[in-house]
Design a protein around this ligand. Structure first.
Ligand code: IPE
Ligand code: IPE
Ligand code: MG
Ligand code: MG
Ligand code: MG
Length: 324
């Protein structure tokens, strides 16, 4: 599919009430294009791999493993691991060889979701179509399930990912950097401490860290573990940066215009907490335009990234048009 005629899901649902400070009087945009095809066969491979993971080596901690698996196997889109496997394909590698790394990135992402939903953070009770981890298992166990997923992610890469030691080290270093203070956790800190009138540059930076860095790592770690860097992976890195921004713009739009059943999470979580988002900063219309701009840039970067980028193109189109 080409990017011609695609639109982010700006107004899938009729809008009621305020859509944010920047958008008080903006009319709802016209209904948008249909969802692009997602590489569900790769998603299914990831699901199978994740379902085969076991964490607890004794009966006493099985309850913790159950909580971890409850959130992990609840049916996320698997965008990050699918991106990793599609990047492997683009670099001429067998995607199967990258499953431990891809799985580890999904573990880190799932941990971030469990903690994001906690009462002290976004206080959400629905995730991936199920009661959130803390609703099902209690806050104490949910916190530990998140901690456990992060540590087990590192164990998974270190024990099961093939690669030369120096390449593995570079890859793990990038993964933890993307998860840390200069990545996802730092972005989450900005998110929980930001005031609603954060300026546009502040919103961009917040989103870049909380969501963008892990999406970038999903691409960059594959290059690093393959011993590739610099010119070999530059275009792919630029693609990932654009994709990360696109991803969060659409997430913010869907928080307002989405459908709770398709999304598997509550609508208007951002508004409930007075969160500064792309929608509150730029309004729905301009956020839609921005999403298209970053999608175009992502596709342009891919055009410079070699021959085998078909699946990555599909992912970019899906992220622009997704409804879940
Ligand atoms: C949602 O991520 C949280 C953000 C980082 C914005 P996804 O939309 O990828 O959630 P799942 O993994 O499909 O549930
Ligand atoms: C969550 O962002 C980002 C991370 C978990 C790192 P959001 O709070 O916007 O995600 P959703 O909308 O709850 O999925
Ligand atoms: Mg949040
Ligand atoms: Mg949230
Ligand atoms: Mg959100």
């Amino acid at each position: 599919m080409t990017d011609r005629g695609t639109r982010p899901p700006v107004a899938a649902e009729p809008l009621t009430g305020s859509t944010g400070a920047g958008d008080r009087s903006a009319p709802a945009a016209a209904p948008t294009s249909t969802e692009a095809t997602y590489p569900t066969e790769i998603q299914a491979e990831v699901d199978l791999f994740l379902a085969g993971l076991a964490f607890a080596s004794e009966g006493t901690t099985r309850g913790l493993e159950e909580a971890m698996r409850y959130s992990l196997l609840a049916g996320g889109k698997r965008i990050r691991p699918v991106l990793s496997l599609a990047t492997a394909e683009a670099l001429g590698r067998d995607p199967q060889e990258l499953l431990p790394l891809a799985g580890a990135i999904e573990l880190v992402h799932t941990y971030s979701l469990i903690h994001d939903d906690l009462p002290a953070m976004d206080d959400d009770d629905l995730r991936r179509g199920r009661p959130t981890c803390h609703v099902a298992y209690g806050e104490d166990v949910a916190i530990l399930a998140g901690d456990g997923l992060f540590a087990e992610a590192l164990r998974l890469v270190l024990e099961r990912q093939d690669g030369r030691p120096e390449h593995l080290l570079a890859c793990v270093r990038e993964l933890v950097a993307a998860a840390g203070v200069n990545g996802m956790v730092g972005g989450q800190y900005l998110d929980v401490t930001a005031s609603a009138d954060l300026d546009a540059a502040g919103v961009r930076r917040l989103q870049e860290l909380k969501t963008g860095r892990l999406i970038c790592a999903s691409v960059d770690c594959v290059g690093l573990v393959s011993g590739l860097s610099g010119p070999d992976t530059m275009a792919l890195s630029r693609f990932a940066t654009e994709l990360g921004t696109l991803f969060q713009i659409v997430d913010d739009i869907l928080d307002v215009t989405g459908d709770e059943v398709s999304l598997g999470k509550r609508l208007r979580s951002d508004e409930r907490h007075g969160k500064p988002t792309y929608v509150t900063t730029f309004g729905l219309e301009r956020s839609g335009d921005l999403a298209e701009k970053h999608h175009r840039r992502a596709r342009a970067a891919l055009a410079e990234a070699g021959e085998r980028t078909g699946t990555l193109e599909q992912i970019a189109d899906y992220i622009l048009t997704r409804r879940r």
